[in-house]
Design a protein around this ligand. Structure first.
Ligand SMILES: Cc1cc2nc3c(=O)[nH]c(=O)nc-3n(C[C@H](O)[C@H](O)[C@H](O)COP(=O)(O)O)c2cc1C
Length: 358
């Protein structure tokens, strides 16, 4: 039986699933396997700030094109604050739209960026150049309203239980209430954008819950980071299997406070927090931003150098391992195609069983 949600009728997908763009994790191989399973598979552009970053993205796109069928939609996700920090970032964006002709583009942190000279938004540019579908990822209702007003084709409601960067806990919403509200607001808008739920969804039960709320699709991040095709260090990936529940995850500012010492541009407030596995470093400093700031500015502090060395080595007691609260449902590192087929099957079973509750 085929799905009938608007995601499969209006977007180039066969199942109501999206493989999130995850910087450093989602390359051409993961995206092409997601497409093979009928989902939208994203390649992460991440911080698309320089021509060398563009070359890395082009290499992943080449892998995608070599592995995927000709019809498979190219989908690319940008991190806004860094990619559009300068006019050069907009030039690179326009070049990608013209040369690679992606079917769908996605943006977050922030979802909307304006060209410093023309004043045009990233959404307008995508529509003008390629009539490309645009998804905007938001973390609270205010951001969601702005994304609807900007003309997005779809809104991704990213709850604070999600893995990776997102709004600070104090300004972000949970996945269920945010998605529920966005469904109502989107339905009331003239162009009726789609709504996707993201954050803490790691199996078919979560997908069925998102669809029951009125969402058109669900986004999987952490579940696919724990896939064979995901890039990044295996030793860190393995921690997603070792962690037995969401108790092992927190939304913390610790890693961003440390990384912001050397990142240019730094992650800006309110996006300077992430869902990550608890470890010795994050437990030591979580909830103590002033103390950590004092330590980072102290002459002779070794925190940054130790953190860099641990990240390079893949020492998970110190390094950042991004993960959402659904991590407990992950029992093994599997092929992305198998994960998505299993999640799809499970969602269908859950939905088929629901009438028995009445
Ligand atoms: C390792 C990792 C990297 C991520 N990188 C990005 C990114 O580059 N761009 C983006 O829009 N979202 C990124 N996210 C967030 C995802 O888009 C998505 O909102 C989130 O993973 C959903 O929650 P879940 O991890 O619980 O499934 C990342 C998430 C993870 C786990």
């Amino acid at each position: 039986m085929s799905w009938k949600t608007r995601f499969v009728t209006q977007f180039p997908a066969k199942v109501p699933l999206m493989a999130a763009p995850m910087a450093g994790v989602s390359g051409g191989e993961l995206a092409s396997e997601a497409c093979r399973a009928g989902a939208l598979g994203f390649i992460a552009a991440g911080h698309m700030t320089t021509d060398s970053r563009l070359q890395e993205l082009e290499a992943e796109i080449a892998i995608f094109r070599a592995k995927a069928t000709k019809e498979a939609p190219l989908c690319i996700g940008w991190i806004g604050f860094s990619s559009f920090h300068t006019e050069q970032g907009f030039d690179i964006y326009e070049r990608i739209l013209k040369q690679q002709k992606p079917a769908v583009v996605q943006f977050f942190a922030p979802a909307i960026s304006y060209h410093p000279t023309t004043g045009k938004s990233n959404v307008e540019i995508a529509k003008e150049i390629g009539n490309t579908k645009v998804l905007l990822q938001v973390g609270n209702v205010k951001e969601g309203e702005e994304a609807i007003a900007a003309g997005a084709d779809g809104i991704i409601a990213q709850g604070s239980e999600g893995g990776g960067h997102g709004l600070r806990r104090e300004v972000g919403n949970g996945t269920l209430p945010l998605a529920a509200r966005m469904v109502k607001l989107a339905a009331a808008a003239p162009h009726k954008p789609l709504v996707l739920a993201a954050g803490g969804i790691a199996d078919g039960r979560g997908v069925a819950a998102a669809l029951a709320l009125g969402c058109d699709a669900a986004v999987l991040g952490t579940r696919l980071w724990a896939s064979k095709e995901a890039l990044n260090k295996d030793v860190l990936k393995q921690q997603l299997v070792v962690t037995k529940s969401g108790d092992g995850v927190h939304r913390t500012r610790v890693f961003d406070q440390i990384q912001n010492v050397y990142l240019n541009p730094p992650w800006p407030e309110p996006y300077d927090s992430c869902g990550a596995l608890r470890n010795e470093l994050s437990e030591a400093w979580d909830g103590k931003p002033s103390e950590l700031a004092a330590e980072l500015s102290r002459e002779g502090s070794t925190v940054v150098e130790e953190y860099k060395a641990a990240s390079k080595k893949g020492d998970h007691s110190q390094a950042q391992v991004l993960a959402g609260e659904g991590v407990g449902e992950i029992e093994s590192i599997d092929a992305a195609y198998e994960i998505l087929m299993q999640v799809d099957k499970e969602a269908r079973e859950v939905i088929a069983n629901l009438p028995k509750l009445l």
